[in-house]
Design a binder for this molecule. Structure first.
Ligand SMILES: [Zn+2]
Ligand SMILES: [Zn+2]
Length: 146
C-alpha cells in the first residue's frame, strides 16, 4: 500500500495525506512535459485531504487561467498541479507520484492528453485514455471556465 507521506528531493517541502492513494494518472500534455522534464504522473487528491507539514520553500506558478503548479524553490522538485477555477473540484491536486515516500501498490488508471504524446514512447497496458479535448470538456463540466 502506498504511503500517506511525501516530500521534495531536498526534504524542505513535506506533506501528509488523510488517506493512502490507490491509483494515479499520467498527463502527456506539452505543459506537463515541460514542467516535469518528462511525464507527469499524479495521484488525485482533494483539497482538504492534504496537510503540508513544511512548505516554506514551496512556490506556485500560475500556468493557465484555471490551474497552478507547485514546486520546491530550493531543489526544483515538481510537487503538484492544482485546479484553481471555481467549481466543485476547485483546489483538487494532481500530486506527483514520485514525491510519495512509497508509491508501491498504486494502480495506473488513466492517461490524459494522449493526442499530445510524442510517438517515440508509450505506456503498455489497458486503461482509460482521454484526448486533450475530452480533458477540457471534463474540466468545464467540473466548473472550470477553460
Ligand atoms: Zn526541496
Ligand atoms: Zn498536462
Amino acid at each position: 500500500m502506498a504511503s500517506t507521506t511525501g516530500r521534495c528531493l531536498c526534504g524542505a517541502a513535506r506533506y501528509r495525506l488523510s488517506e493512502a492513494p490507490t491509483g494515479f494518472g499520467a498527463c502527456h500534455c506539452g505543459m506537463c512535459r515541460r514542467w516535469t522534464g518528462g511525464i507527469e504522473l499524479g495521484v488525485m487528491v482533494a483539497a482538504d485531504a492534504i496537510v503540508w507539514e513544511a512548505d516554506e520553500t514551496m512556490r506556485t506558478y500560475r500556468s493557465s487561467d484555471w490551474a497552478e503548479r507547485g514546486f520546491c524553490a530550493t531543489c526544483g522538485t515538481s510537487l503538484f498541479w492544482r485546479l484553481t477555477a471555481p467549481g466543485p473540484m476547485q483546489g483538487m491536486l494532481s500530486l506527483g507520484v514520485g514525491t510519495l515516500d512509497d508509491a508501491e501498490g498504486l494502480s495506473f488508471e488513466m492517461e490524459l492528453c494522449v493526442d499530445s504524446k510524442p510517438e517515440s514512447y508509450a505506456f503498455a497496458g489497458d486503461r482509460t485514455r482521454m484526448t486533450a479535448a475530452e480533458v477540457a470538456a471534463m474540466m468545464s463540466d467540473a466548473g472550470g471556465s477553460a
